[in-house]
Ligand binder design. Structure first.
Ligand code: ADP
Length: 282
């Protein structure tokens, strides 16, 4: 309906635009398959960003299996509502967190929604959340290229960039290629590829050992001409900290593995700045 100032849809788009304008960089974390450590990477990148003093948020758009509450030790918590908007939960260095898991009852209850319903709620996560002014917002998508990543890409393609997480074993599979093609088709710029679980950090001596072949991520990035952001080793402390709801970067900010997250963060911020410069120079 047109109320004289524009249709409801136009007003809605304007409201979303205003919200997004207050967020400098949005990084959408994707993976071809589940279990490659996408959420782990998303959480630890968000923490690394906030540890450098950047105002950071993280949102989990995984409607069916939100993992942020467990990984951040926030299971069972609920977000507040203020002026009909969702107020994120703040942890550590004022890292703002929103997850579907804070809105639904009990982890055993499955959410049964069709695509348009999901698209609606995902839009809410950007339009009706009190994000305020942020330097960076990390978006953790469910694996694959289904409804949720599609909604995110359609809403945010011009404002964000993608980080694709893979493992050495998955690197050559068609799912990763699909992810790259998906971003290209939706004009979502790719900040780069992260090869997770690449090499093993021995719990006894701390040395890194290559148990699976690694380096596939670099080859893949050359082949598709997308940046290679780095490798995160298979580190028992990552599993332990994730299971305990205390993310790795919070407990071990000064380790070699933490440095790898920091190095990736450095590159994605540069990528984001370059993207912004290109868009504003257009
Ligand atoms: P996804 O989001 O891709 O499904 P998760 O982030 O939930 O994957 O990770 C799956 C499991 O792998 C978790 O138990 C997590 O702690 C573990 N994991 C992820 N990355 C690493 C890593 N680099 N080293 C050790 N364990 C990891």
């Amino acid at each position: 309906m047109d109320c004289g100032h524009g249709t409801e849809e136009q007003l809605d788009d304007k409201a979303l635009e205003e919200k997004l304008e207050r967020i400098k960089h949005i990084f959408v974390v994707l993976s071809g398959k589940g279990g490659v450590g996408k959420s782990t990477v998303a959480v630890n990148l968000a923490l690394s960003l906030s540890l450098r003093g950047l105002r950071t948020g993280i949102v989990d758009v995984d409607i069916h299996g939100p993992s942020l509450p467990k990984m951040l030790g926030l299971s069972g918590q609920r977000v507040g509502i203020k002026n009909e908007e969702i107020v994120p939960i703040e942890i550590y260095n004022q890292l703002k967190v929103v997850s579907m898991g804070f809105l639904v009852d009990g982890t055993e209850t499955p959410v049964i929604w069709r695509g348009p319903m999901k698209a609606k709620v995902i839009r809410e996560f950007f339009q009706h959340v009190v994000w305020g002014d942020l330097d960076c917002l990390v978006v953790d998508c469910p694996p694959g290229t289904g409804d949720e990543p599609l909604s995110v890409a359609q809403l945010l393609a011009k404002k964000s960039s993608a980080i694709i997480v893979t493992t050495p074993q998955q690197v050559a599979t068609v799912d990763v290629e699909k992810c790259i093609v998906f971003c290209r088709q939706l004009s979502l710029p790719i900040a780069g590829i992260v090869e997770n679980m690449s090499g093993f950090v021995c719990p006894h001596c701390g040395e890194e050992v290559d148990i699976f072949s690694s380096g596939g991520g670099e080859k893949l990035s050359e082949r598709f001409r997308v940046p290679f952001l780095g490798k995160i080793p298979l580190d028992p402390d990552i599993v332990k900290s994730g299971d305990e709801g205390q993310p790795y970067m919070h407990l071990y900010a000064n380790t070699k593995t933490a440095q790898k997250f920091d190095d990736i963060v450095e590159q994605i911020v540069i990528f984001g700045n370059n993207q912004k410069a290109q868009v504003s120079g257009m």
